[in-house]
Design a protein around this ligand. Sequence first.
Ligand code: PMP
Length: 407
Amino acid sequence: MTAIAADRYRLAPRMRSLEPSPFLAVLQAAREVEARGRKVVYLSMGEPDFATPEHVKQTGIRAIQRGETRYTAMDGTVQLKDAIGRKLLRDNRLTYQRHQITVTAGGTQAIFNVMLATVGPGDEVILPAPFFQPYLSAILLCGATPVILPTREEEGFMPRAKRIAEVVTEKTRWLILNSPSNPAGAVIDRTELAEIAALLRQHPDVLVFSDDIYESIYYGDEPFSNIVNVAPDLADRTLILNGISKAYAMTGWRIGYLAGPEPLVAAVSQVTATSTFTASSIAQAAAVEALDGPQASLVTQNAAYRNRRDLMVDKVNQIPGLHCRTPDGAFYLFINCSQFVGKRTPEGTLISDDLGFVLHLLNHAGLASVQGSAFGMPGFIRIAYAASEETLNEAADRLAAACTALR
Ligand code: PMP
């Protein structure tokens, strides 16, 4: 938004807290590269490349044909809330009743609605970095203070209890936990979850946001656990976020959900009623089928993602100057590119930061990625390996060529 436009239309003061979307610079540059006639390989989008399962699509179509095209209950249909309850019991060993579950138009909306319902000026939200950017925007739009807590590459980008302890104050309202994480694919193990729980017991007013949206894209040996699994006593102050976007390749259907204590869930439902009234009736019907129907696609997709991860981790770590960890979940690699900061392109342009590196990858090799600073951690890039092996091989070649060109 330019200064002139903002002045002309007198945007609300809260809009000043929003940065322009960090993805815009990359997308804009990608379009320019394409306009010059060059094919761009996109590893920048955080979404599955698989199709929504056929039985789920058909359920959506039948919902339209049956006339399920009206407003639903504001917190979601009874059918979907019950399917979510069954899913939480089956996959997470957790019991939630209808009134402890609310449906939103995507997980991103859930994040925003929770912040709007619970925080304002003077409140602090602990946000481990690197983070999914909408968390930061939501906190800022609500006038609350983000307390960004950088994690460490050598600790697998896992938020550590001992460092959370250093930033908790009496103003802390939320601790955000996202495991497996976007963008680092970091999984918080049970030992660390137990330590975080122990810390939280000393701070009874702090609420916990457990973003489990990548739960099904997980390569660990032990079953996936969130903080409520490890510390059931924290259930009365934890909101679990999940959705169907990643697990069932349904990013466009826009269904997310929250499970947690009734007063929080009810407040969020009120915000949803104000912002969208309800999530789509058709998408909700399809979501019931996704959660209740055959789950075979989860297993085959997980295996495919795992092969792709191994392929890309291997290729990236062979490129001199780059390195990345082997993440335990999600479909991203968070690659350390700091050795290239300070180098020059063949045209003489200085790579002054991670965005400069991302733009070089685009201009030199037609490869779209996202700079780590968009996730609150400069010196890295994120690539999404939710793409075919053919595309990934081509991307790896392009990445290597672009790195070799730097002096
Ligand atoms: N949390 C995280 C960490 C995510 O990466 C995403 C999607 N990129 C979401 C929540 C929300 O996904 P959706 O809005 O598609 O449900």
